[in-house]
Design a protein around this ligand. Structure first.
Ligand code: PLP
Length: 374
């Protein structure tokens, strides 16, 4: 018999103005990307992260794809990026013939170890891609300083970082181009969705054109460049506008959830919990990750299986780029090793962290984690 009390790894909160704004889309007939919520969503999020431009797209992966193309990254260009991240960061680099160059993670923050970046720079390096992981931002100042000194572009993947700051400045305000995702596990969701934000007029125009098949204003069906259809619908943006109204509340809720789990789990020796803070940010706990200690035999896959049997949904940490079959099959990363990223995958997973989670559910999760990992 399937359990009815299973605690999902994520459930979004949609009890603000979402229904009201969706009804407006239906009532007015504005359901395509031409509708007014799209611009409102773009302008509100861009303003929130101190950016001039927001270009809404159909998901966070598409935002990265378009950003890479807009930056003019192409065959032979090298882009330095984390080994420990989602495949979305690397897809377009491979497709366009660029060469991803990986760096390992910091074992404490689970973010890119920025001290490894400079040694990877060559004549061909064009950009540094940072991707903030799970709740803490990458230590950005050293990245920006290296980029400035070497004349490199910075692409900031802030997919998971709505509402987070680095030294008081919003995540999403640091890259030449920065990107967000609005998948339902994010602090702000549109079902599926993404956005590129920037202050650069030319890059904004390029992203906007690439999103819309590179139609030309005067000769619509004559194309000088290949784009994609990455447009976000008015329906999605309507949900996004309603969600953004509550971003501060959502961020506070995530932080309270993180604090609760930390208090309940910090007595378990076998677990490394997320760092509550660094000297540049307080954790926003996009998801609440756990890393099992080396001295226990238990690995993440076994722990997740046991937790599922107790009615607790979990997700594994990302699988490192250099170990991905699809990339190894292309002859990439042969003989390369990134031990921290490898260990994070082997030992790391996250527990239910969605905004709709109740305190009794969190108590049950903590109890189950204690039973499996204690
Ligand atoms: C760091 C990071 N980048 C990119 C993405 C891709 O976003 P999407 O799922 O909207 O394509 C995600 C998704 O979770 C992510 O965590």
């Amino acid at each position: 018999m399937p359990r009815t009390d299973f605690i999902a790894v994520n459930e979004p909160l949609l009890d603000g103005n979402e229904k009201k704004y969706l009804a407006q889309c239906i009532d007015t007939g504005w359901i395509s990307s031409e509708g007014p919520f799209v611009q409102q969503f773009e302008q509100t999020l861009a303003a929130r992260v101190n950016r001039k431009w927001g270009i809404a797209v159909c998901n966070g992966t598409a935002a990265l794809d378009a950003a890479i193309e807009a930056l003019g990254i192409g065959p032979g260009d090298e882009v330095i990026m984390p080994a420990f991240t989602i495949i979305s960061c690397i897809g377009q680099l491979i497709r366009c013939g660029a060469r991803p160059v990986l760096v390992d993670s910091d074992a404490r923050t689970w973010n890119m170890d920025v001290s490894q970046i400079e040694a990877k720079i060559t004549r061909r390096t064009k950009a540094i891609m940072v991707a903030h992981m799970y709740g803490l931002p990458v230590d950005l100042d050293p990245v920006l300083e290296i980029a400035r000194r070497h004349g490199l572009r910075v692409l900031e993947d802030a997919a998971e970082m709505h509402g987070q700051t680095y030294k008081g400045r919003p995540c999403g305000s640091f890259g030449d181009l920065s990107t967000f995702s609005f998948y339902p596990n994010k602090l702000v969701t549109t079902g599926e969705g993404g956005m590129i934000v920037t202050n650069d007029d030319q890059l904004a125009a390029a992203c906007s054109s690439l999103r819309n098949l590179c139609f030309q204003p005067d000769r619509r069906f004559v194309h000088e460049r290949l784009g994609w259809n990455l447009r976000m619908t008015n329906l999605q943006a309507a949900v996004g506008v309603a969600q953004l109204e509550r971003l501060d509340e959502f961020a506070a809720r995530k932080r309270a959830m993180g604090k609760y789990y930390t208090e309940r789990l910090s007595n378990i020796d076998a677990l490394q919990l997320p760092l509550p803070k660094t000297d540049y940010a307080d954790n926003i706990y996009w998801v609440y990750g756990l890393v099992l200690a080396d001295q226990v035999e238990l690995d993440a896959a076994t722990a997740m299986r046991k937790l599922a049997s107790l009615g607790v949904g979990c997700r594994p940490f990302f699988y490192p780029m250099h170990q991905q079959p699809v990339l190894q099959n292309r002859g990439l990363f042969e003989g390369e090793s990134y031990p921290v990223a490898e260990r994070l995958y082997r030992k790391g997973f996250y527990i239910p962290s969605g905004l709709a989670l109740t305190e009794p559910q969190m108590a049950r999760v903590a109890e189950a984690v204690g039973e499996v990992c204690g």
